[in-house]
Structures are given as structure tokens and as C-alpha cells.
Ligand binder design. Structure first.
Ligand code: 13P
Length: 257
């Protein structure tokens, strides 16, 4: 297996943070800091209300913009929802799907994650699909079962050529926003397991080329050790993506990893 066959992607998941002026200021601070980054894709996944501002603020830079969810229907009576086509039309490139906060607080299931992933792909977006076990599941020693099930269900009926446009983010739920990072070995173990599942489903070439991120309390201090691992191809960053210098450190760690 060869890490150089795949792209490292560092994506900030801003979650429900930043007004438009704050978003503009953060991206304008970040852009010059990451302008010389060549080998890492830098993405900011911002709240819906910030998308237009973010697209404008990053024009001509190497920062790509993503949303944090999309609905699975093309249009219709779904009050409060946003379709994949609406995002694509704006110039949005990525969309985070199946984040554990959506699963936990908004009733997201593997079935709806699968439908949303298909809708995003059909619209030409690049989905960042999140998987990960709860602390209780890890303690019960069923992490691999949980992850295998999520991969099977979330990518059900998605052919290899479409899967190739997806990123998987491994985010152990117990590590999100808790300051409790998975060790680099724990992250590597599960990311390698994910790649093995992908190999079974899609074959070796597709699995080798898949970008698998780690997410969960990743920061400027621990990023280098995590992204140096063979099967960790970048990160999905929450809290630390809200500070341009910290986020830049993580991007640089991935460029050197
Ligand atoms: P934190 O980096 O704040 O732990 O959040 C991780 C995350 O959920 C990214 O999607």
C-alpha cells in the first residue's frame, strides 16, 4: 500500500459557529497562511448562511468550500432543508454527511446518510461521509462491527466510480469535542480496517486511492503524529479549524506527513 497514491485532505468543520463577517475575517486570515500548500487539499465546511461569503472570500485561493449537510430529495416540501443541487449551483464542492452530531441530535440514520450521499453524488458534490463508534461500543469491543456496518449501509448501492469521489472521515464519537483524541495507533487501526472493508467492496485499487480522514480533537499539537500514519489521509477538524494559525499548523503537518 502506498500513501502517495491518495490525496491528503484537511477539512475544517466549523459546525454552528461564525457570523458572516466572522467567517470572512477567518478565511481572509487563513488564505495567505495556506497559499503555498501544494499536496494537501484545504477545505472549510461552513454553515449554510456563510456559504456565499466563504465562496467569495476564497475566490482565487487554494481553499475549497463545503457545506455540513444536504437533503436527499431534489426539491419539494421539506421546510428548512437544503438540496444538493442548491449547493452545487453556488459553487460548493464538498458536503459533510452523517456527522455524529447529526446522527445523535437530528435523527440521522445510515439509511438517510446513504440517500444523502447518493443525492450529493448525483449533484456533482464530493461527500465527506462520517463514521465512528460510540464510547460504549468501543468498550464492548464492537468497534469493527459498528464501522463495517456503517460502511456497508452508508455506501449501499454506490458504484466504485461514484465512491471514488467520496471521502470517509473516521470520527470516534468519544473523541469529538472532548479533548480526548484517539491515539495515532487507535486511529491507524480503524482507518486500516476501513480500507480493508473498502477493498472487499470495491477492490484494491479503489481502496488504496480512498482518502480516509481522522477526526476528533485533532489539533496543532497532535496532528503530525496522526497524519504520519499509513492509513490516515488527513483530518476533519472541529474546534481547531476556528483559529487560522492552529488550522494552518494541521495543514502543514499533513503536507509534511
Ligand atoms: P473537534 O475537533 O472539535 O473534536 O470536532 C471534530 C469533529 O466533529 C469534526 O467533524
Amino acid at each position: 500500500m502506498n500513501k502517495s497514491v491518495r490525496k491528503a485532505v484537511i477539512a475544517g468543520n466549523w459546525k454552528m459557529n461564525k457570523t458572516r463577517p466572522e467567517a470572512k475575517a477567518l478565511l481572509e486570515e487563513l488564505a495567505p497562511m495556506v497559499k503555498d500548500i501544494k499536496t494537501v487539499e484545504v477545505v472549510a465546511c461552513v454553515p449554510f448562511t456563510n456559504l456565499e461569503t466563504a465562496l467569495e472570500a476564497t475566490k482565487g485561493t487554494n481553499i475549497k468550500i463545503g457545506a455540513q449537510n444536504c437533503h436527499f430529495e431534489k426539491s419539494g416540501a421539506f421546510t428548512g432543508e437544503i438540496s444538493a443541487d442548491m449547493l452545487k449551483e453556488m459553487g460548493v464542492e464538498y458536503v459533510v454527511l452523517g456527522h455524529s452530531e447529526r446522527r445523535q441530535y437530528f435523527g440521522e440514520t445510515d439509511e438517510t446518510v446513504n440517500k444523502r450521499t447518493k443525492a450529493a453524488l448525483a449533484a456533482g458534490l464530493k461527500p465527506i461521509v462520517c463514521v465512528g463508534e460510540l464510547l460504549w461500543e468501543r468498550e464492548c469491543n464492537i468497534t469493527e462491527e459498528v464501522i463495517a456496518r456503517q460502511i456497508k449501509l452508508d455506501f449501499y448501492d454506490i458504484p466504485a466510480e461514484d465512491f471514488a469521489k467520496c471521502i470517509i472521515a473516521y470520527e470516534p464519537v468519544w473523541a469529538i469535542g472532548t479533548g480526548k483524541t484517539a491515539t495515532a495507533d487507535q486511529a491507524e487501526e480503524v482507518c486500516a480496517f476501513i480500507r480493508a472493508q473498502l477493498e472487499k467492496k470495491y477492490g484494491k485499487a479503489v481502496a488504496d486511492a480512498a482518502t480516509i480522514q481522522y477526526g476528533g480533537s485533532m489539533n496543532a499539537k497532535n496532528a503530525a503524529e496522526l497524519v504520519a500514519k499509513e492509513n490516515v489521509d488527513g483530518g476533519l477538524i472541529g474546534g481547531a479549524s476556528l483559529k487560522a494559525p492552529d488550522f494552518t499548523e494541521i495543514v502543514k503537518a499533513a503536507e509534511n506527513g
